[in-house]
Design a protein around this ligand. Structure first.
Ligand SMILES: [Zn+2]
Length: 294
């Protein structure tokens, strides 16, 4: 195990603002391959010789390339060149393919839970925002999504491959979570994958052609179509879908699933997905609603 401090007493913990500066400079991906999930590598000087955490001397490397660097399979010269021309600043997007996906799939968007869904789950006029498909019976489900912030930043998932936009103010990853920010206190999207079968949209502020999807105060979900139709999933409201469509003329349409408004128990202020899924299962078992998907 590596020591917590180097010979100058410098801690391995890099301040968050230095990390963000490194991410912004590197385009949010490994400077060699663009992987979205990265570690921080002191290359100039190496950590053992560093007296402070200088953002210019730290770069982003995926676990594989970080290991190559640590075990001297990659030269410092090569890392310096890659740092000066990061992969994601050459017209590429930071990306990561989630390969470990299987049914039954649980996708949670604030207070809406899509269980074992197939097809388009969330749609804004003609644009699919969230969909699931399976090419063959034995193959994993393929999740696709398109999210857009009010500033125009996007985050896409194309058949389980997540792709962030380099123009974002910040894209932070930790474990299997991705957080995209428009500014320090403005979270556009906070996603969490729990392989093999769960995707949780913990926070979102999605604006597309006047259609709004906004989680406020944790799990609370606010939906508004460009025509003014509004659904406010306040405390204690659960929906299982189904399909949600934002329509410029008709408002918001939920069909194909079941919508439970005013559930007896209130959902905790900060949405706990395990709790929510437990409530949904209890409702399913009690036969309160019929879900076509089972
Ligand atoms: Zn890499």
């Amino acid at each position: 195990m590596s020591k917590k401090v180097n010979k100058y007493g410098l801690s391995r913990d890099i301040p968050f603002n230095v990390k963000r500066e490194v991410r912004q400079r590197c385009g949010y991906g490994c400077v060699l391959c663009g992987s979205l999930f990265c570690e921080y590598e002191h290359f100039d000087p190496p950590f053992s010789e560093a007296r402070k955490h200088n953002a210019k001397g730290i770069t982003l490397l995926c676990a594989k390339h970080h290991d190559d660097a640590t075990r001297k399979r990659l030269s410092c010269k090569r890392i310096k060149i890659a740092d000066s021309k990061p992969f994601c600043k050459q017209g590429n997007k930071p990306h990561y393919l989630f390969e470990d996906m299987e049914y039954p799939l649980e996708i949670a968007l604030g207070g809406i839970v899509f269980i074992s869904p197939d097809g388009v789950l969330l749609k804004a006029d003609q644009k699919d925002l969230l969909s699931v498909k399976q090419l063959n019976k034995d193959e994993p489900p393929l999740v696709s999504a398109y999210f857009k912030s009010v500033k125009g930043e996007t985050l896409e998932i194309v058949e389980n491959e997540i792709m962030a936009s380099v123009g974002s103010w910040d894209v932070e990853t930790k474990g299997a979570e991705v957080i995209v920010r428009g500014s320090l206190r403005d979270i556009f999207l906070h996603l969490k994958f729990t392989p093999p079968s769960r995707l949780q949209i913990i926070e979102i502020k999605n604006y597309l052609d006047g259609h709004v999807i906004d989680t406020k105060f944790g799990g609370k979900l606010f939906l508004r179509s460009s025509s003014g139709g509004t659904i406010d999933f306040d405390q204690g409201f659960i929906a299982t879908g189904g399909k949600v469509t934002f329509d410029s003329h008709k408002g918001i349409v939920i069909d194909g699933g079941a919508l439970i408004l005013g559930a007896e128990k209130s959902i905790p202020f900060y949405m706990d997905l395990d709790y929510l899924l437990g409530e949904v299962r209890k409702l399913q078992q009690s036969g309160v609603f019929k879900n076509e998907n089972g």
